[in-house]
Design a protein around this ligand. Structure first.
Ligand code: CU
Length: 68
């Protein structure tokens, strides 16, 4: 299991938290996803044999947020 913290800009409210935690959480291979609004960070635990970091970043991007 990989644990990463992504810096994501554009997150501002509970809707953003739900959008990101919902979409990333639905990906097969993602174990946990937790948004920290204050720090603008998203912590993700995932199985890198089932899902790639690029796919996770792309999913966040697709929701309208910028991943560093
Ligand atoms: Cu929002």
């Amino acid at each position: 299991m990989e644990n990463i913290i992504l810096n994501v800009s554009g997150m501002s409210c509970g809707h953003c938290v739900k959008a990101i935690e919902g979409s990333v959480g639905e990906l097969a291979g993602v174990d946990q996803v937790k948004v920290n609004l204050e720090d603008g960070q998203v912590a993700v635990s995932f199985n890198n044999e089932k899902v790639t970091l690029d796919k996770i970043k792309e999913t966040i991007d697709d929701q309208g947020y910028d991943v560093e």
